[in-house]
Write a protein that binds this ligand. Structure first.
Ligand code: SF4
Ligand code: SF4
Length: 315
């Protein structure tokens, strides 16, 4: 496949039958690439913008078939005889379309972390699911950050919208406005993340300022005609103080919005950090108990925000 002649983008997963990311039953499409580095990210394989190998060391025999197969010589054996390790230069893998290493591995120690898909291919995959959605269902683009691939995102949203498919996007919001705006006519629904209202605390949680995010939310209040539901991942002790809850509620209401879905963070993505050569920083974090989640929900409601905990949403 000559990707240069095709319009498309990089994704790392497609999941059918989701009932938590928009109305009805939905097909989720996970796009590669995200500008944030959230400490709790449960899809670390979505952070880098291009394909990369996923490496499960516990399945590795160190027979080095992958090393010999790689045309770019990006795999190195380190650690000596006693503690052998494979290291991947993932920046070089970004230019690889073949995954020869994965094909050469006989044990399943290597897998594909993302692949290119053309718009027509993706659309026909979506069409296959359509019969299972029911009346309210559709697609939700998530990731990674869908607006990090703006032409791809606009393209697939437009194709779906024109075919009367309900369209939703989940965004971190830290994206230039001119990457978001072209998609708005083809969007029914936006989930928009708010992680912390204080800029310094936001940087500590995500490695990025919240200025662009807040500015984009204000712009969407004026420009977006569909339904926008904010989402707030609750990180115990980091963003669940009453001060931040109050500031978040005030911001939502000041934009003219009123809906918020609070999501307890979890450790489910922890194993995937190893597969992608990254370090998970929150292993010692205790998760919020259900009572705490419900107390935070009640506090938001008291402050005038329609707050839905976890998957207990009215859509
Ligand atoms: S993904 Fe491609 S470049 Fe990277 S190790 Fe595998 S074959 Fe080599
Ligand atoms: S081919 Fe598979 S089992 Fe062999 S060294 Fe590479 S990752 Fe390990």
């Amino acid at each position: 496949m000559d990707q240069s002649t095709l319009t498309g983008g990089y994704i790392f997963d497609i999941q059918g039958f989701s009932v938590h990311d928009g109305p009805g039953c939905r097909t989720l499409i996970f796009l590669k690439g995200c500008p944030l580095r959230c400490l709790w990210c449960s899809n670390p394989e979505g952070i880098r913008p291009f394909p990369e190998p996923l490496y499960k060391e516990t399945k590795c025999l160190f027979d080095l078939y992958c090393l010999q197969a790689c045309p770019y010589k990006t795999i190195k054996l380190t650690g000596g005889k006693e503690t052998p390790r494979l290291e991947f230069d993932r920046d070089k893998c970004a230019h690889c379309n073949t995954y020869d290493c994965v094909k050469a591995c006989l044990t399943g120690a290597l897998g594909q972390g993302g692949y290119f898909i053309s718009l027509p291919e993706l659309y026909s995959r979506i069409e296959r699911d359509r019969q299972y959605w029911g009346v309210n269902g559709g697609i939700t683009l998530t990731g990674g950050e869908p607006f990090a691939q703006p032409e791809f995102t606009t393209g697939i949203l437009k194709m779906c919208y024109e075919a009367f498919i309900h369209t939703a996007v989940e965004t971190c919001g830290d994206i230039p406005w001119n990457h978001i705006e072209p998609s708005l006519p083809w969007l029914d629904w936006i989930f928009f993340d708010l992680k912390h209202m204080d800029e310094t605390a936001h940087k500590l949680l995500t490695s990025s300022s919240n200025r662009t995010i807040l500015e984009n939310a204000r712009r969407l209040a004026v420009s977006f005609k569909g339904r926008l539901v904010f989402r707030m991942p609750l990180v115990p002790g980091r963003n669940d103080s009453d001060e931040n809850i109050r500031a978040t509620a005030e911001f939502i209401l000041s934009c003219g919005f009123k809906e918020l879905n609070i999501l307890p963070v979890h450790h489910l993505g922890r194993e995937k950090y190893l597969l992608t050569g990254q370090t998970y920083m929150l292993q010692d974090l205790e998760m919020n108990a259900r009572e705490q989640l419900l107390a935070i929900k009640d506090r938001f409601i008291e402050l005038g925000v329609s707050c839905y905990p976890g998957s207990e949403t009215p859509f």
